[in-house]
Design a protein around this ligand. Structure first.
Ligand code: ATP
Length: 217
């Protein structure tokens, strides 16, 4: 069963704007985990941070421009069609419904987001719906706070094959070939200061940002 089950990833974020740290991680994780698809899903109203500067529709358009025809990656606007806070449990429940109980459903997170996982809405429920895969991010330490340790319990596995033996409920830390110290905060600051963002994000995304004068107020 595990060899034929579909492997589906969910990579949520504010994507304000999407950058090469997101996109390269998405490609490399897809390769390491042999994912069939990876849904990249902008959050219109991220519960744990301030309101993004740019509308969810614009952030989705930038994500679409960044992904273009990258095999396996999907710019998924489903959270824009929902009311209320952008809880990942709701999104994972939808994906689980669509792909069925046998699918290997994986929620992808950077190290910084992972360290705050215990503060999320219904964090136990995340593991009832999917696996969690964490990727390293330059500049973030790896000490896990006590509530996170408690949440993880015995869920941690040390290989992709152990992860994929189950449809959900496990945690894997995945080292990727490339790691990039790029953040959307850095890009927003540079744009506000009218400094170059070339090679921090795809050229198509940079073009759209400039053409529509996003982030420059
Ligand atoms: P901001 O600087 O506005 O907080 P960000 O660059 O952290 O934004 P988000 O949209 O908040 O981007 O992140 C979405 C997801 O992508 C999170 O799980 C985050 O950890 C991960 N991520 C962001 N940048 C990187 C990167 N350079 N390398 C690996 N993962 C990343």
């Amino acid at each position: 069963m595990s060899e034929t089950a579909l492997r589906v990833g969910m990579f949520g974020g504010t994507f304000d704007p999407v950058h090469l740290g997101h996109l390269r991680s998405a490609v490399e994780v897809s390769e390491c985990l042999q994912l069939d698809k990876l849904h990249m899903i902008p959050a219109p109203r991220p519960p744990l941070r301030g309101h993004p500067q740019v509308s969810a529709r614009d952030r989705l358009a930038l994500l679409e421009a960044g992904i273009k025809d990258t095999p396996g990656l999907i710019a998924d606007g489903r959270e824009l069609r929902r009311q209320g806070p952008s809880y990942s449990t709701l999104t994972l429940a939808e994906l689980r419904e669509e792909y069925g109980e046998a699918a290997r459903l994986v929620m992808l997170l950077g190290q910084d987001a992972f360290l705050r996982l215990a503060d999320w809405h219904q964090p136990e429920q995340l593991f009832a719906l999917a696996h969690v895969v964490v990727v390293a991010r330059p500049g973030y330490q790896s000490d896990r706070p006590a509530p996170l340790k408690e949440l993880i319990g015995e869920r941690e596995v040390d290989s992709v094959s152990s992860l994929m033996a189950e449809p959900k409920g496990k945690l894997l830390t995945q080292t990727l070939p490339t790691s990039m110290a790029i953040s959307a905060t850095l890009i927003r600051q540079r744009l506000a200061d009218h400094r170059s963002v070339r090679y921090l994000l795809p050229e198509t995304v940079e073009k759209q940002i400039h053409a529509r004068q996003l982030y420059t107020f």
